[in-house]
Design a protein around this ligand. Sequence first.
Ligand code: 5GP
Length: 192
Amino acid sequence: MNFLEERIIKDGVVKEGNILKVDNFLNHQLDVGLFDQMGAEWARRFEGVEINKILTIEASGIGIACITARHFGVPVIFAKKSQSVNLDGDLYSAEVESFTHKNKNNVIVSKKFLGPGDKVLIIDDFLANGCALQGLISIINQAGASVSGIGIAIEKGFQNGGTIIRNMGYRLESLAIVDDMDAKTGKITFRA
Ligand code: 5GP
């Protein structure tokens, strides 16, 4: 088991509805030392890959992305959630359905911060059905930039996001892949 899997076993709680609660270290109280280990691991896995920006989505991705950015020496952009339908022309936008909140948001990024030639590493906390990632990929495509890779902390391998994203040809590096979890027993099984 790696360091993140060990932490999930120690502090993660399996909830009904396929939700893994990790608010003790990832989603509410933040273990910055753990984020630093995650950043170092992605830096190792993406060594030699051209990356000049990290893109994430508010809110939970921001902390992880910022600490990770220290290992890459690049700035972080976070896609903002916006209810507004009057989006002005200076923004890239994509519609994202939230897995946890079951609502739809437009996510927006200013054209000032992303453009052709940018080589982007996407970082996020969870991968479930892949809606958040598809929104971020759409924004990168709108900008004429390219996706250098995707780093996810926890992928729920029993949902289809990982398969969709890998089939699209993206390099996806998930630090922990949960293949099975049971809300009744609390048992969590990781991909070997
Ligand atoms: P997706 O768009 O891949 O369906 O869902 C990814 C987003 O939903 C993540 O950014 C994360 O915020 C949230 N999410 C999905 N599944 C879980 C989960 O099991 N636990 C937590 N805490 N967040 C989740």
